[in-house]
Design a protein around this ligand. Sequence first.
Ligand code: SF4
Length: 960
Amino acid sequence: MSWTAWANQQEEIETSPKIADEIKTTTCYMCACRCGIKVYLRDGSVRFIEGNRDHPVNKGVLCAKGAAGIMQLNSPARLTKPLKRVGERGSGEFKEIEWDEALDIATAWLARCRATDPRKLAFFTGRDQSQSLTSWWAQQFGTPNYAAHGGFCSVNMATAGIYTIGGSFWEFGEPDWEHTRYFMMFGVAEDHDSNPIKIGLGKLKKKGVKFVSVNPIRTGYSAIADEWLAITPGTDGLFVLSLVHELLRAGKVDVEYLSRYTNAGWLVIDDPGGAEDGRFARNEDGKPLCWDARDGAIAPALGKDATPSLKGSITLPDGRSARPSFHILAERYLDEQYSPDAVASRTGLTAETIRRIAAELAHAAFEQEVIIEQPWTDWAGRKHERMVGRPVTFHAMRGISAHSNGFHTCRALHLLQMLLGAIDCPGGLRHKPPYPKSLASLPRAFGLKRDIKPNTPLSGPHLGFLRSPEDLLVGTSGRPQRIDKAFSWEAPLASHGMMHMVITNAWKGDPYPIDTLFMYMANMAWNSAMNTVDTIRMLTDKDAETGEYKIPRIIYSDAFYSETVAYADLVLPDTTYLERFDCISLLDRPISSADGPADAIRQPVVTPDRDVRPFQDVLLDLGARLGLAGMVDDDGRPQYPGGYADYIVNHQRRPGIGPLAGWRGADGDKSGYGEPNPNQLDRYIENQCFWRQELAPGIKYFRNVNRDYLAYAVKMGFVVNDEPIICQLYLEEMQSFRLAAQGHGPVQPPDEHRARIEKYFDPLPIWYPPFEEDLAGDYPLHAITQRPMAMYHSWGSQNAWLRQIHGANRLYVGRATAGKLGIVDDDWVWVISRTGRIKVQVKLMEGVNGDTVWTWNAIGKRAGAWNLDPRATEARQGFLLNHLIDELLPEREGGYRYSNSDPVTGQAAWYDLRVRIEKALAVEAGECEPSFPTLGVPKGLAKRPDILRYGAQFRQGRSA
Ligand code: SF4
């Protein structure tokens, strides 16, 4: 082309191209955060995903994962049809079958379990967002063996919070981003509550509010922290209790708050050896007592005019002595063992730093009060002219939770908040409705053997909150009743179950064998398993006599060909989140904000192009085929013939209470309570797939004790009564287990568990080294994972866009540590634990605690899984720490092996891992180990292209 022709060329540029012919709103499901999204469609296919600016969760913010949701729909790893295994487990040899046959097989297996012994079914789900349905289904089935992922996630955080302050972080509560003056974040890289945290941190940065991140690794949010504290893993509790020591020493605690709204003034019986030692002194009505400082007499602690004293020792009318719980607490934490000088070296922090942080907290809390000119009335009828807040706030998650000392660490953090008076106040941690909840509003756990009968529902929910040993799910000899041993003496307060123990226990037949393992979106043969190598062996192990698999039947539902699919006998293919209705319910884990309750739905934005069905539809179909109560009508016909959408609208858990709280009632004019509204889903869709209610200004804070809020919460069905939800510095429920271990009460632990229960069921927070610390001599380094911003566990494993960001992982080692070991960048090393060894490549960095190595979570893939090329980088240069983590602790005296869990809640102790590093030989460099045989790919999956492109087909001249 000549210069003149080129210069005169008239190029047509479409400055405002038509992006879409339709925009549908729905809810993202690329991680657990549940942001609102707008999906742009053209000619029926998704062109673009945008954050919904009107949505209460993300206000338009969208992360890389959310934008990459398009590629879930274009993944060759999508399952396409029900599959029946024809080869050996793990071979990947399946036969495609029709849905009728698949459902007939599943129904036959499940019906046989139900008719003989419902315990033979173990039903466990991963990070699914329909737990109010799945748990109800399991309850109607009658098996005690149900839970979701919480036991291997952050149950320590949730359980410690519920027992202590009636709420917790993330789905339960959020920092008061608008008013806080000091923000501390513990053990969070980039995970739960993702976009709201980013929005909140942005607000803090604009205002210059100090943000302190406590994390062994400076990644994710820590990268923008004003101060990063490179704490040694598993010592957060010690650090927090040292802060408590400093605050107590300086007298910087909120005495009025403690006296009125916590159990600081409740009298604790001091009667060593007695059956009531350590319990609260109570009157004849069972009400806790205090020493009333004004009247100089013993009085009900919850009397409306009581002024509980926080110190001293008094003699009860029966002659026993008693002290306020705060007095006991102060004595304990003022002890020198908690001083900054005593704990500094262990935590990896300096004593000066601990003292300074304590002083900064005190300064923010007491010198920078936040005042909102809003009157409110507390539960006792005391009128307050304004809301006065202590503007320090905390956020914490798995980093402090996933240790064997995590429960007490999480309790310690809540204790610190209470001492500062920073619970649900302006500038503090704010509850999200339906929280706070009192224990009285929460169920116990059901599943005792005597309650389990063939073809009979369980009489209550599986997962709950125990008050005393009498609530445990154990037999007369103390034997666990659930397959995961949750709510047994091994893990009494296992409020979320112990999913990480299911395969091991089922394989062993301990406490009993099962027949069918039914799992949903839980990659239990890979990144959701501890001790992956043995887990795979257990899934494929056969009984020598019968030749039958030791776990006889496995049903699995997933949308993609994950590692676990290969080990199933029957595969029920799920849709992606863009192809179905879903419900994010107040009955489950809602999307409320501190300013008001909210829930949401997903709607199908595209129609599946494969023979797949939403798992929730399938579950209701199976329920109807099995004739489960509530899933069939009086004539035995399906109660919800329209599937999950029908259930969402018409199911009532209690009269007037259903999965969605918005637009209830025949005319859609009721919120919370109300009869089903046939047009409810339409109303949600009109409102961009969410509902929220703004609380009145007078009930936005101090909700544990705010009279008008408590009345509102009763009206909405959040709590059973309007009693104040008193924060529990001292946890009497813990003491009841300790007393049982000391030989008191009708239900006592077997001898082999007594010492453990007595030690770990302390009613005040304690710190002890994580259990693997015993191994520190041979394994001097801590090894942990962080979640990257662009990958949520294995959910993005097959996502072509996200794989480009995280297609391989390295072991990150501090430069100083590496120098001592003679390791340089890019070296290959062996990482060795008590359980196994892996070979990985090293990357050096500065921002990591000197005793810690780490990597990204869930990047390594099994060759062949996810329909990736067997030579994909994820299989060759990707690895998991899971191979190094045993699900059991080393054998103790007597031969018993406890699970590798917190002894209070059963939380999987992922982050206790200890390792050592050895440099690999030059000839060993190149690929990660262990390598596993390549999984076969089932027929019917889409052909894997060499390069997966998306978008080019939409260019002019190409077909869509
Ligand atoms: S944070 Fe999670 S829910 Fe929100 S857009 Fe990202 S992936 Fe989706």
